[in-house]
Design a protein around this ligand. Structure first.
Ligand code: NDP
Length: 368
């Protein structure tokens, strides 16, 4: 019997890694994020080969992606994405910790019983401790409350976020899927506490534009974030893969939709696929793939808010090839008025905002 004794060469990041990436200031802060960040919701659990995970992370860092987004429950199983990323950090990126922005979150279901969900101090504090343990870190750069919790007073959640920053376990804090009014209320409260919220993480894409719609006070989430000094990082800008060529010729066996994960086959309706096909044609005319156009659209100049409304598009990728294709979106972020109008004509809400219920679950406290 023979054994392969080849030891893989240690990872050495590309020296050119900061040459091709654009970095955008996050709201009213001193922090910059890469225009494209990588999320580890899917594709980094124990169901995916470690070698592929490692390749994607290496490639991202080699190309200037300094921000990796996690949450306590990413996997499967929940927690495994943090453990796997923690291993890659320890083995390959340890000496580059100060070049990285690593985020985690708590808010959705994590463990059994009354303390593994929501926005209580009890849940947020213990969950962050568990995340740090899995990641092998003393602190995360950004810690988020992952969703509004109607059963916890907003102040309790915000005091917990403030105390987390004071404890040094997170450098900055943010919120995710909060509506416009609750965002404004939370931002004002935290500003008074001397611990400003850094960032909001909402879903946003060509076919899911809730962040542009006026809320109860007529202000959209994008306006509320900008007015209150928060940066925005848009998650699922590819609508989980719908806004790519992935599903134009059926459902590939290795895709998220086939895996029965968060992209249900119901979201791939005839109407949605016809719309995607039209958008694909518009992208081709621009000399981009649909994935590239979808990312460029999220990062486009937004009228009075300027081009930095969205600081970063937070993508997922199941291969290095997908990541490379997505990063090439940065070659053309400009849109003519005619292109924007053509996209608006072709696009409609695809009914894929599965986080809308969480946003609706808690509205501005004064109105309750
Ligand atoms: P995307 O909309 O970018 O979807 C990513 C998926 O699209 C990939 O897994 C892949 O699907 C497919 N894809 C990506 N690039 C290409 C390409 N070039 N060509 C074809 N298919 C492509 O984002 P996600 O939904 O993955 O979310 C991104 C991140 O946002 C998460 O990892 C997480 O960090 C964050 N997030 C936060 C949430 C919150 O509540 N705060 C909720 C959801 C996400 P396939 O796997 O089938 O190949």
């Amino acid at each position: 019997m023979t054994f392969d004794r080849t030891v893989p060469a240690p990872y050495v990041p590309a020296t050119s890694r900061y040459e091709g990436m654009e970095y955008r200031t996050v709201g009213r802060s001193g922090l910059k994020l890469p225009a494209i960040s990588l999320g580890l919701w899917h594709n980094f659990g124990d169901d995916k080969p470690m070698a592929t995970q490692r390749q994607i992370i290496h490639r991202a860092f080699d190309r200037g992606v300094t921000h990796f987004d996690l949450a306590n429950n990413y996997g499967p199983p929940a927690g495994s994405a943090e453990s796997n990323f923690g291993r890659i950090l320890r083995e390959d990126l340890k000496s580059h910790r100060d070049e990285l922005i690593i985020s985690s979150k708590a808010g959705w279901n994590m463990w059994s019983g009354p303390y593994g969900f929501g926005g209580s101090r009890k849940y947020l504090m213990s969950s962050l401790d568990q995340s740090l343990e899995r990641l092998g870190l003393d602190y995360v750069d950004i810690f988020y409350h992952h969703r509004p919790d109607p059963d916890t007073p907003l102040e309790e959640t915000l005091y917990a976020l403030r105390d987390i920053v004071n404890s040094g376990k997170a450098l900055y804090v943010g919120i995710s899927s909060y509506g416009p009014e609750l965002t404004a209320e939370a931002a004002e409260f935290m500003a008074e506490e001397g611990c400003p919220l850094l960032i909001h993480q909402p879903s946003y894409s060509i076919v899911n534009r809730w962040v542009e719609e006026p809320g109860e006070d007529e202000e959209s989430l994008l306006e509320s974030a900008v007015d209150n000094g928060l940066g925005v990082i848009a998650f699922s800008p590819l609508a989980q893969g719908l806004l790519t060529d992935r599903y134009l010729k059926g459902v590939p066996a290795d895709s998220r939709a086939a895996a029965g994960k968060s992209l249900s086959e119901g979201m791939l309706s005839q109407e949605n696929l016809a719309m995607v096909s039209q958008l694909n044609d518009i992208a081709s005319e621009r000399g981009q793939t649909l994935a590239q156009m979808a990312l460029a659209w999220v990062l486009r100049k937004q009228g009075e808010f300027g081009e930095q409304t969205v600081a970063s598009a937070l993508v997922g990728a199941s291969s290095v090839a997908q990541l490379d294709e997505n990063l090439a979106a940065l070659d053309n972020l400009e849109f003519s008025e005619a292109e924007l109008a053509a996209i608006d004509d072709a696009a409609s809400d695809a009914g894929i905002n599965i986080w809308a219920g969480a946003t609706r679950s808690k509205i501005h406290d004064e109105k309750n």
